[in-house]
Write a protein of this length. Structure first.
Length: 249
């Protein structure tokens, strides 16, 4: 029997626990070369992720068992005072319900990411986080040098909410097992994600898979032809190229 009464015993105990742990990885997207994958993590119920992603990264967030709830916040990596603004993300595209082609906008009117694929359709931009999710996001943020005050309003994937004719909010639940959302990152960001219950839906959560891979060629694509989106992309590109030229000079 292993004892932890001294450091040798404690070390042996810790190593035995690590050897016994079963760590499940996420399902990887079909057709993506393994060499291009930059991040892959399975996030259990009550868990969180934090990762810095470069411009031209494609991110797939999926709900394998059908009861995940992914609370997402994006913060510009090199300028953390610029972060995802949910009010503008809803207001500028004239749409509160997320789907393919929807930009995730910063408070400076720039596109941090675009939703480029969505097989769920059950998302929420209106309710924010539960207390548990906010706590997880704060923990994720600390590991990237962010403070609790930096954790702004988030969006939630895989737990839908609809606005009724009287203004009330109704939870619409999940789209079921296997739903996924893909984002294209337009500017370097710190991505924070918490897998925790929704404020209007206390159903226990199941695992969320988060996979990112290099896809700079996707930046040349046009995922939305609305004038508001094109203007935001133009603002984003002007800022990015101006900063790049400044760094070279």
């Amino acid at each position: 029997m292993t004892t932890t009464a001294d450091t040798s015993g404690a070390r042996a105990h810790a190593r035995s626990q690590a050897a016994a742990a079963a760590i499940a990885g996420p399902a990887l997207p079909e057709g993506v070369e393994t060499a291009k994958i930059t991040f892959a993590q399975r996030i259990p119920s009550g868990g969180y992720a934090n990762v810095v992603l470069g411009r031209g990264t494609r991110v797939r967030i999926s709900d394998p068992a059908g009861s995940g709830c992914a609370h997402l916040l994006l913060v510009r990596a090199e300028s953390p005072w610029e972060r995802m603004n949910v009010a503008d993300t809803v207001k500028v595209p004239w749409q509160a319900y997320l789907g393919a082609g929807h930009p995730l906008l910063s408070d400076q009117g720039r596109v941090l990411a675009t939703v480029v694929a969505d097989s769920s359709g059950h998302h929420d931009t209106l309710c924010g986080t539960s207390a548990h999710a906010r706590d997880r996001l704060r923990m994720a943020g600390v590991k990237q040098g962010l403070e609790p005050r930096d954790i702004a309003q988030t969006i939630s994937f895989f737990r839908g909410v609809r606005v009724e004719s009287d203004g009330g909010l109704t939870a619409t639940g999940s789209a079921g097992a296997g739903a996924a959302v893909e984002l294209l990152i337009h500017l370097p960001v710190t991505l924070l994600l918490a897998n925790a219950e929704h404020p209007l839906d206390a159903t226990p959560t199941t695992d969320i898979d988060l996979v990112a891979w290099a896809a700079p060629e996707d930046l040349a694509g046009q995922f939305n032809s609305d004038p508001e989106y094109l203007r935001a992309v133009e603002n984003t590109e002007l800022d990015w190229h101006a900063r790049t030229l400044e760094a070279i000079a």
